[in-house]
Design a protein around this ligand. Structure first.
Ligand SMILES: [Zn+2]
Length: 173
């Protein structure tokens, strides 16, 4: 495993559309393992392959101390709305309120090329939407409706988000 550099928002890479994964092989597993390691090092709750410089449709999300790998993820349905503060490892100084669906259903492949489906809500749904946006060259600052600049406001917003995090549940099948 190797630590990779996190690509920043000034770089073109984050504006490009990532390609689907076709081969579930060593090369993919190295990418996944490196992405895990990089996320652990920098402390995010999600990371997309383009953020480590690889334009492939691969994302990793951490939720309640479990990491989930999604390869070629597709949101097949969404319901409701929620608005929480978001940050991004590629833009460490930016915090924005973003409106997202409250519940989503996702179809994806695992690292061995087997399809799975997941229901997600709350903060887990937010993280999946945020990372899938990265695969399409979209940044949260593009769709955020309000930048949070005040330190106290930011702490309040993060606490509200964490309360939601502790409450939510999701199923994988
Ligand atoms: Zn991000």
């Amino acid at each position: 495993m190797a630590l990779r550099r996190v690509v920043t928002a000034e770089e073109d890479t984050l504006r490009k559309k990532s390609r689907e994964v076709a081969a579930y092989d060593d090369k993919l597993w190295v990418l996944l393992d490196d992405t895990h390691q990089t996320m652990d090092k920098f402390g995010g709750v999600g990371l997309a392959a383009p953020q480590v410089g690889i334009l492939r449709r691969v994302i990793i999300i951490e939720d309640n101390d479990t990491k989930y790998e999604f390869i070629n993820p597709v949101i097949t349905s969404m319901k409701g709305k929620q608005r929480e503060v978001e940050g991004c490892l590629s833009m460490p100084d930016e915090w924005w309120y973003v409106e997202r669906p409250d519940k989503i259903h996702v179809r994806a492949m695992n690292r061995y090329g087997k399809e799975f489906n997941t229901d997600a809500d709350g903060v887990f749904a937010i993280a999946i939407c945020h990372e899938i946006d990265h695969l399409n060259g979209v940044l949260f600052t593009d769709i955020g409706d309000e930048r949070v600049e005040d330190e106290q406001e930011l702490e309040k917003a993060k606490r509200a988000r964490n309360r939601k995090k502790n409450k939510h549940k999701h199923k994988r099948r």
